[in-house]
Design a protein around this ligand. Structure first.
Ligand code: PLP
Length: 471
């Protein structure tokens, strides 16, 4: 099944070259830099890639969030934006499209995903509560913990081993879920989440069967299930490719079925909304929706815009439809797999199999001479920038290492990954070939790379602002 990703069927003829299913109407120049310039830039940035100016990046694979190229239809929709404070027509179109695809009763607009998370957890969690997830995304975890609740990651064991093959490494471990419920008690678990695809766990999909089974376990205890739906379309397409019984089901129907097992969702439209900003929170619970809208008015805006402009909601309504087009999804998944396949051929240990939006390099395995306490992922991120002006991001101990606030002692993360996220519809095949060539040089020099130490950090989400130095 999987190898067919690398083939394109156009009007009954099979092509091995996957072409971008779009023409380019507007371009943005890339500013080229030299290695010497990049060395200076990194030093000024305290080796934190988040402090590097976008202009100084040649290929920006920092994130696929908010970086999508919008289509001409989306730009046309932008012009239709109704900027009325209350009762905007743009909200009506936004709500209608979301109800059509997601099927939830209440649609609460937010300026991005984390605002939906904050509202959801503020309303549902109290100190001491426990929220299970396959893997909490960093803002999700931070928002759970900000309420004094505990974020539990219950991904299946295969999901923790980058090298092992499993078609749905984002699946939740049902036994661990049952055990957790038995241990802490239902009253301490206000909700359970599943992240599709599992971003922090390597962008790995979750199977329909797993979503169904999780729902079954939760139903026995009356615990609601919410999906962190940021990459719902990529997850749905990977179900179509990898899960028995879905080969002939339209992706839109698969997406709808995924949602049908949930009681609500959080969504960042900056991912599979194909928009540059926006998000929403959905629920089927009238009482919760009321509380959520009250909080929304306090911090985000009136319930018919929630922190977005009318034009943003228009772009999202069109984006949600476009993201489910199979011509788009086959190209999307093929581009990611192409990068993964070539990095693997170079020798890079990568998270197998490639998921939807990114390639995750196992930095612990790639740089065994750098101990996790010296952040091998950070070393790789720096070298990628130096070599090719490529910006990736560390998803390892810099992001998820736990620092004991009293002793200052640090527990490393379970994995040391470097994510190369691919913005949607932005880079062409030759950009990806350039990335592969730069990676080849990095691989050749890998034994010379050095570890890092953190010289300054914040208490929450430290990776965004930390300062580093060579260890
Ligand atoms: C991006 C993301 C979020 C947060 O969304 P923002 O729009 O960045 O606030 C939450 N969960 C997952 C899985 C994400 O990828």
């Amino acid at each position: 099944m999987e190898k067919e990703i690398h083939q394109l069927n156009i009007a009954g003829t099979t092509f091995r070259t996957i072409i971008e299913p779009f023409k380019i109407k507007s371009v943005e120049p890339i500013h080229m830099t030299t290695r010497a310039e990049r060395q200076k830039i990194l030093e000024v940035a305290h080796y934190n890639i988040f402090f590097v100016k976008a202009e100084d990046v040649i290929i920006d694979l920092l994130t696929d969030s908010g970086t999508s190229a919008m289509s001409s239809e989306q730009w046309a929709a932008v012009m239709r934006g109704d900027e009325a404070y209350a009762g905007s027509r743009s909200y009506e179109r936004f709500e209608k499209k979301i109800k059509e695809i997601f099927g939830f009763k209440h649609v609460i607009p937010t300026h991005q995903g984390r605002a939906a998370e904050r509202i959801l957890f503020s309303v549902m969690c109290k100190p001491g509560d426990v929220v299970p997830n396959n893997n909490h995304f960093d803002t999700t975890r931070a928002n759970v913990e900000f309420q004094g609740a505990i974020a539990e990651d219950l991904v299946i064991r295969e999901g923790l081993d980058p090298q092992v093959y499993h078609p749905f490494k984002g699946n939740m471990d049902l036994e661990r879920l049952e055990n957790l419920i038995a241990k802490v008690g239902r009253e301490k678990i206000p909700l359970c989440m599943i992240t599709v695809t599992n971003n922090s766990g390597g962008g790995q999909p979750v199977s329909m069967e797993n979503i169904k089974q999780v729902k079954k376990v939760l139903s026995k205890h009356g615990i609601p299930l919410y999906l962190d739906a940021c990459r719902f379309a990529e997850n749905a397409y990977l179900i179509k490719l990898r899960e028995k019984g879905y080969q002939n089901t339209p992706v839109k129907e698969i997406a709808k079925e995924m949602m049908s097992y949930a009681d609500g969702c959080t969504m960042s439209a900056k991912k599979d909304g194909l928009a540059n900003i926006g998000g929403f929170l959905c629920t089927n619970d009238d009482h919760l929706a009321q509380q959520e809208r009250d909080l929304l008015i306090l911090t985000e805006g009136f319930p018919t815009y929630g922190g977005m402009a009318g034009r943003d909601m228009e772009a999202i309504a069109v984006g949600l439809e476009e993201v489910l087009k199979e011509d788009y999804l086959i190209y999307r998944i093929a581009e990611t797999h192409y990068l993964g396949k070539h990095l693997e051929e170079l020798g890079f240990p990568i998270m197998q199999p490639p998921g939807g939006h990114a390639i995750y390099i196992d930095a612990k395995a790639a740089l065994p001479h750098i101990h996790p306490s010296q952040y091998p992922g950070q070393a790789l991120v720096s070298e990628l920038y130096l070599t090719g002006g490529i910006r990736g991001v560390e998803i390892g101990s810099v992001m998820f290492g736990k620092v004991d606030q009293e002793t200052g002692k640090e527990t490393p993360a379970a994995m040391e990954l470097v994510r190369l996220a691919i913005p949607r519809r932005v880079y062409t095949q030759s950009h990806i070939d350039y990335v592969i060539e730069a990676c080849k040089k990095v691989w050749k020099d890998r034994e010379e790379l050095k570890g890092f130490k953190i010289t300054k950090q914040a208490k929450f989400l430290r990776h965004f602002t930390a300062h580093f130095d060579m260890a």
